[in-house]
Design a protein around this ligand. Structure first.
Ligand code: ATP
Length: 319
């Protein structure tokens, strides 16, 4: 392997820069050339590619976003688009590709692999929605961003004696809501894997109010329903003044936590090592605190399950 390409694709996540840095530096350490492909598969199709040096990744480990920028590419989903991409890879002499992104990006890598290109995926997405790995890069930072918001909302919530619904990201995966809800002491946590009954949420709020609680936090993942509508229903049924905060894209930004930087550094290095060892179709992950890798096709078969024990614990602790 003489030249490795690296790109970030799909939604950005804090820690992607740390992963790019680890890829570039591990490759150069091993005497391999690295080319940075800008704007995901779009940049690949358009030949938006430049050589990365040690200095290209200086001063980025602490920055959110992605230095290589990211994109979603409809053209790459077509056979024609992928042929163009393969041609560009050949022209630039790229003989192995590292893709940092979510499951969609991995499916793209899988398609390139079917055309003969060795690929390794690194999970970069705040949602933590990949079943084969315990954590994805960006998740820990997103949870901490949400926690910071919860603390602030709790202050004003207490002053006014209100209930607050906080909507967080996670379309099909409730992990951000679950982890930040547990860490933030939320009274109710609503996740897509379980769903909810408005009456149960209301009962809990009233129970808390009756024993003198000054405020309540309800964490809801964006994929479950309409937070504003839930707020109206709660007010109507309980008479408790309710406010809704949709955190939105703030969760995708910010300086990555130590945990995300370390995870990204380890995964980036492992991805290069796998290509150098002759692996051709892998994704990197972390299982039981150990960096691991798995065949991409197998990894994509894994369904993401909610941590039921943790969910049960949130119920007990918010009684
Ligand atoms: P996030 O979890 O942040 O949404 P993602 O990687 O899942 O990240 P997607 O938008 O699903 O984000 O995928 C990113 C890009 O990967 C797509 O824009 C497309 O170019 C490519 N891609 C996704 N699915 C496929 C597929 N089945 N075949 C080929 N390419 C794909």
């Amino acid at each position: 392997m003489k030249t490795i390409g690296v790109l970030t694709s799909g939604g950005d996540a804090p820690g992607m820069n740390a992963a790019i840095r680890a890829v570039v530096r591990t490759a150069i350490y091993n005497g391999v050339r690295v080319l940075g492909i800008e704007q995901g598969y779009n940049g690949l199709i358009n030949g938006n590619i430049k050589e990365m040096q040690l200095s290209s990744v200086a001063d980025i480990i602490h920055r959110g976003g992605t230095k290589l920028r990211t994109a979603r590419s409809e053209e790459f989903k077509t056979e024609e688009g992928r042929k163009k991409a393969l041609n560009v890879l050949e022209v630039f002499g790229i003989d192995g590709l590292i893709v940092i992104g979510g499951d969609g990006s991995f499916r793209g890598a899988q398609k390139l692999n079917e055309l003969g290109l060795p690929t390794v995926g690194i999970p970069g997405t705040i949602d933590n929605d990949l079943g084969y790995t315990d954590y994805t890069i960006g998740f820990d930072t997103a949870v901490n961003t949400v926690l910071d918001a919860v603390s602030k909302i709790r202050d004003t919530s207490t002053s006014h004696g209100r209930a607050n619904i906080i909507e967080v990201m996670g379309r099909h995966c409730g992990d951000i809501a679950l982890y930040s809800g547990l860490a933030g002491g939320a009274e109710s946590i609503i996740v897509p894997e379980v769903g909810y009954e408005v009456d149960n949420v209301c009962k809990k709020l009233l129970k808390g109010k009756n024993r003198g609680k000054l405020h309540s936090i309800i964490m809801i993942a964006e994929g479950v329903g309409n937070a504003s509508q839930l707020g109206e229903e709660i007010e109507e049924k309980t008479g408790i003044e309710t406010r809704v905060t949709i955190l939105g894209h703030i969760q995708r930004g910010g300086s990555p936590t130590a945990r995300d930087r370390i995870l990204a550094s380890q995964m980036g290095a492992e991805a290069v090592n796998l290509l150098l060892a002759g692996e051709t179709c892998k994704v990197v992950g972390i299982k039981d605190n150990k960096i691991m890798s798995m065949n991409t096709n197998e990894a994509l078969e894994y369904e993401r399950d909610l941590d039921q024990e943790m969910y049960k614990l949130t119920k007990i602790l918010s009684i």
